[in-house]
Design a protein around this ligand. Structure first.
Ligand SMILES: [Zn+2]
Length: 121
């Protein structure tokens, strides 16, 4: 705790894009391994999606002030890519919770999954 509190906030902000890039890369890797059976490298489809996701992050209008993509008000993914990344999130999300638990991941997955039905009163 001591250590976390001593990291200046600006430093954490600067790493947001990095963290999100790593998370997305890992999830696409997991998806490709599980769905397409590629052990080492991504297949061309997944590689394309990965490149696209990295570009979106590089060009994010919010820069390091960005919220997590899934919570972002600007939907910068074009429709076809959005469908694909959603599939990746839905596949890799629950698996990530076991292998790489973390608030960021849970947050991303929660927002990318289907909208919550309204709570019954
Ligand atoms: Zn693949």
């Amino acid at each position: 705790m001591e250590l976390i509190n001593s990291i200046p906030l600006v430093h954490i902000r600067a790493r947001r894009i990095e963290i999100e890039k790593k998370t997305v890369s890992r999830m696409i890797g997991m998806y490709c391994r599980g769905k397409h059976g590629n052990k080492q490298e991504l297949c061309s489809d997944c590689d394309q999606l990965h490149t696209y996701a990295m570009q979106r992050l590089d060009h994010c209008v919010f820069g390091n002030e960005k919220p997590f993509c899934s919570a972002c008000p600007v939907h910068c993914y074009k429709k076809s890519m959005r469908e694909r990344i959603k599939e990746v999130m839905q596949y890799a999300g629950p698996r990530m919770l076991y292998t790489h638990p973390g608030l960021a991941i849970m947050h991303m997955f929660a927002r990318f999954s289907k909208p919550q039905p309204p709570k019954k009163k």
